[in-house]
Structures are given as C-alpha cells and as structure tokens.
Write a new protein. Structure first.
Length: 95
C-alpha cells in the first residue's frame, strides 16, 4: 500500500472520529472539545511517526538504488576500458 493511501486513510479516520465524537458526545461542549483536541494531537503525533518511518524507508531505498547505480557505472567503465584496450591492440597488430 502506498504511503499516500495510508496518509489519506489516517486523515479520513481522524475526521470521521472527530465528527462522530461531536455528534454523539454526552459531555458538555468544552469537555468534548478538550477530548477532541487530545485525540487530534495523539493522531497527529502518530501520523508524524508513520511519516518519519515512510521517509526513512524511502531514503534507505534511494541510497540502495544509488549504490547499485554507482556499481553498475563502475562495471561499465571497466568493460569499456577493456574493450578500448583490445581495440588498440588489434589496431597495433594491423600496423
């Protein structure tokens, strides 16, 4: 599941919970607002932690791909140098 879908799901859950909490709240308005505020803060904190994990995962994958690309470039350079040396040898033999 993509991080965008997870983020959207979390935000939809927070909004739904807040609306239902207001509609069915047996407490006074001020008490309900405090509860919603606390829950919203808790959800925001949880969302921040999940976001940090997703960003760390993306960063790790990027570094892995970058390292693989560097390795492939080095192999390509090595093969090119070998082919160049063979071409030079073949050209020298013909002269």
């Amino acid at each position: 599941m993509s991080s965008g879908k997870v983020l959207l799901g979390v935000l939809a859950g927070v909004a739904t919970g807040a609306v239902l909490g207001i509609l069915f709240a047996p407490d006074k308005g001020s008490s309900t607002r405090k509860k919603i505020s606390k829950k919203s803060n808790a959800y925001a904190e949880e969302l921040g932690v999940k976001f940090d994990k997703v960003m760390e995962s993306i960063s790790d994958k990027f570094e892995s791909v970058r390292a693989d690309a560097v390795s492939l470039v080095e192999k390509g350079k090595s093969r090119l140098e070998g082919a160049e040396a063979e071409l030079n040898e073949a050209a020298n033999r013909k002269n």
